[in-house]
Design a protein around this ligand. Structure first.
Ligand code: G3H
Ligand code: 13P
Ligand code: ZN
Length: 305
């Protein structure tokens, strides 16, 4: 049984200056790909479900699958709720056995974000569950997670937020955004701000909206008939620097979606007679595993299990 709490995985990462990858899972194949990658890389991992994933697949079905995967794995696995906003759902996730949850109060006024995070921390800590909170807003629009504006995290406000709310880790806004279209021009993370926040907070920090949007996947999708605009992700060198400066959890969803779509498109176009779902989704699972393994190497979590 290697289900671990978020704070256990993140305290070690903070101490040894690497980041643990957190990957969004919506079905069995994506989850298997992520856990297989963690095993292959001997890396700790967060498998996380958004509220949208839970709407899609059902809490019990997803949790049962994730628990089985965590219990069978030989590397530390954190079962995490990503961007929890619905307090009833947060309580259900704590009760069912998630080992970490995120309360995303970034859309709330400062005082209300603190008060609600504090309440969630009380519920979660009573059961030994870790809490990630968010201050500042990360841009981008997805199924249930959206913000059209980016408000960067203020270091002093972050310090007061953490002291008063009691959260275990903090997601900060330094210029990333969710989805495949992150930057209008040159990608530029505010690494100076990250340095100050880390110095003041001295705790695990989380980076959302961190997908790299690999161009080979974009080209494969468009080469096999997909239509994308001009997707652009966080460059690897900037992400590497962010990890060096104290990011200890990096969220990735978009890159997995791109890998899945590229592989499914390729199979359907190159094997038009194929209609066995296992032969269509199987290669997509392999493609996701490859992306996840590369991310683990980039974050420095390979070999840290
Ligand atoms: O940060 C958001 C994740 O990519 C989840 O997106 O709400 O579409 O599942 P979703
Ligand atoms: P990406 O859209 O960059 O993969 O970010 C995912 C994320 O932050 C999930 O919480
Ligand atoms: Zn996010």
């Amino acid at each position: 049984m290697v289900l671990v709490t978020g704070i256990k995985a993140l305290a070690k990462a903070d101490g040894q200056n690497y980041a643990v990858g957190a990957f969004n899972v919506n079905n069995m194949e994506i989850m298997q790909a992520v856990v297989r990658a963690a095993e292959a890389q001997r890396s700790p991992v967060f498998i996380q479900t958004s509220e949208g994933a839970i709407d899609y697949a059902g809490l019990e079905a997803l949790y049962t699958m994730m628990l089985f995967a965590a219990e069978s794995a030989s590397v530390p696995v954190v079962i995490h709720l990503d961007h929890g906003k619905d307090l009833d759902l947060i309580r259900k996730c704590i009760k069912i056995g998630y080992s970490s949850i995120m309360f995303d109060g970034s859309h709330l006024p400062f005082e209300e974000n603190i008060a609600t995070t504090k309440q969630v921390v009380r519920w979660a800590h009573r059961r030994g569950v870790s809490v990630e909170a968010e201050l500042g807003t990360i841009g981008g629009v997805e199924d249930k997670v959206s913000s059209r504006t980016i408000v960067f995290t203020e270091p002093d406000a972050a310090k007061s937020f953490v002291d008063r709310s009691g959260c275990d880790s903090l997601a900060i806004a330094i210029g990333t955004s969710h989805g495949a279209y992150k930057f209008a021009g040159q990608a530029q993370l505010d690494l100076a701000r990250l340095r100050v926040i880390k110095r003041k907070l001295r705790m695990p920090l989380v980076l959302h909206g961190a997908s790299g949007v690999p161009q080979e996947l974009v080209q494969k999708i468009t080469g096999f008939g997909g239509q994308l605009g001009n997707p652009e992700g966080v460059p690897e060198d900037q992400l590497g620097q962010a990890v060096k400066l104290g990011i200890n959890k990096v969220n990735t969803d978009t890159d997995l979606r791109l890998a899945f779509t590229a592989a499914v498109r390729e199979t359907l176009i190159t094997k038009p007679a194929e209609f066995d779902p296992r032969k269509i989704i199987g290669p997509a699972r392999d493609a996701i595993q490859k992306v996840v393994e590369a991310r683990m190497q980039l974050f420095g979590s390979s070999g840290k299990a």
